[in-house]
Structure formats: structure tokens, C-alpha cells
Design a protein around this ligand. Sequence first.
Ligand code: BG6
Length: 300
Amino acid sequence: MSEKTAQINAGSEFPGRVAFLDGRGDLPMIEVSTRWSNAEIYLHGAHVTHFKRKDESPLLFLSQCSRFAEDNPIRGGVPVIFPWFGPREGLGQHGFARVKSWELKEFASAPDGSVSVRFRLPESPDAAAFPPFAADYVVTVSQSLALHLIITNLSKDRDFVFENCLHTYFAVGDVTAISISGLQGMNYLDKVTSFLEKTETSDAIRIASEVDRIYLNTTGTVEIKDPRLGRRIRIDKEGSASTVVWNPWVAKSQQMSDFGNEEYEQMVCVESGNVASNSLTLAPGASSSLKVILSSETLK
Ligand code: BG6
């Protein structure tokens, strides 16, 4: 894709800018600039790899070792996990949406200068086992980053059962110094101890070893307090009943070929979706909406 730039200020008081570029691995990439922020989105996976407010350091972690290649997931940013989460026998981990090249449907700007980009997952043989469906994803860049995944069951007679998850990798100053709040009292499946079900006792979760937890029936806002970067990240969501918290720590980092050995210190995944016992069932013709708004503020 040769570079093309569009000013999309039609009807808007503040101009937004969208540039179409060859990204890493020659994968097509969209660069969005607004008066508050910049973002980068790959068509591969409809994957947001970068979001940065002008007055802050990047919000999203992206591994230095990530692959940027067809059929491979990008390590960092916001992988779109659909139609299943985790391993599935005979199939890859975390569904196929994150390794497909999504179609760019449109981009638009609002009068305040925010810019939205809409993608659609193309039909593929991987979807043959499921009823026909449409998957649309709208990324809105402003002073926050809003992510909206809409799934519609196009079948006339079959229910569509699936999982979804916006597998967000946040950049943090030092993972051992952060605390995560908003999950106290919630039950979670602890993948580090063979899916043992536990209850969260803390409203300031600290990370000091491998963490891989699926918090169930969690619909509220989650916050990450990061004293090293001096900011608080806020994760607001609608249409999400699960929150996954993941940090691979030392041994797992060493096993992942697309992740640096020490990079676990600078990231944490707090993922919003509907997984495990929170998986979704859509009746014929029905739609589901998963909306996540990521924002941040300076710590006082
Ligand atoms: C998390 C899972 O969501 O994703 C972890 O809970 C998994 O178990 C992690 O290791 C990364 O998965 P992947 O397929 O991107 O290496």
C-alpha cells in the first residue's frame, strides 16, 4: 500500500488525519492523528498497536520481538480475540480474528475532532464450523481510545455460541509497582493453578509472579494505578462480563519467541470480554456489542 493521507475534517471543527502506510512486515497500517492523540492500526487483526496521548507516554505495550507477518498474531497492542478464547483442540489459540486481514469499511470524524475507523472481518474457511455471522469493529481515537466489537448472527435457524475478548496490553513503568482495582470480591479461574476457582480479596492487586486469571461476572470499571509512570489507566466497558489479568513473568517470557525475556516488567494485560462460563449465545438475527473505553489521567 503506497502512502496516502486524508484530512477528514468535513463537517468537523477540528481536523483529524488518517494516513495509509506500509507498516512493519509490509503489512498495511493506518495512522490516525487527532488534536489529542495518535494511534496506529493494522488491517492484520484490525489490531491497534499504538495509542499515545500527546501529553503522555504510550498507553499500549508492543513487544520489540513481535512478529508482523501473515498468520501470526502481533504481540502487544489490542489483539481482537474471537470466536474463541484460549486453546481449542486442533485449532489455534484465541480464535482466528487476530490473524486475518480485516476489511477497512470507512473512516469518519465527529465535530469534536475524534476519528473512527470501521473494519469488518472477511469471510474465511475458518468460520465454516460456525453459523454465518458478521463481525464489525470500530476504533475511535480521541483523548481516549474506544473499541467496539459488534457480532451479528446471520443464521436463520442456528444459535451462535462464541467467546470474545479485547486482549489489551498496557504499558507500565514497573509491573511490580502497579496496583489493579475494581475486581475485589469477584470469583476468578486461576490458570496458574489449573483453573482453581478463587475469590479476589484485594482492591489493589499486586503482581509479583506469573498471573493468569479469568475474573467472571465482572462488568464494572477496572483501574491500573502506575506510580512509576505517574498515571492511572481506566478501563470502562459495556457488554463484557469477564476480565482477564495476565502477566507471563520470568519463565513464560523466556518460552515465548515473540516476547523479550525482560519485557514482562513493562506490561500487564487487562482484557475485557466474554469468556469461559461468560461465553455468549446469539439467537438467529441477534447482535452483541462489546465496548471498551481506555482512558488515563495523571496521578495526583
Ligand atoms: C491470555 C491467556 O489471555 O493470553 C494466557 O489468559 C495466554 O493464558 C495469553 O498465555 C497469551 O496468549 P497468546 O496466544 O497470545 O500467547
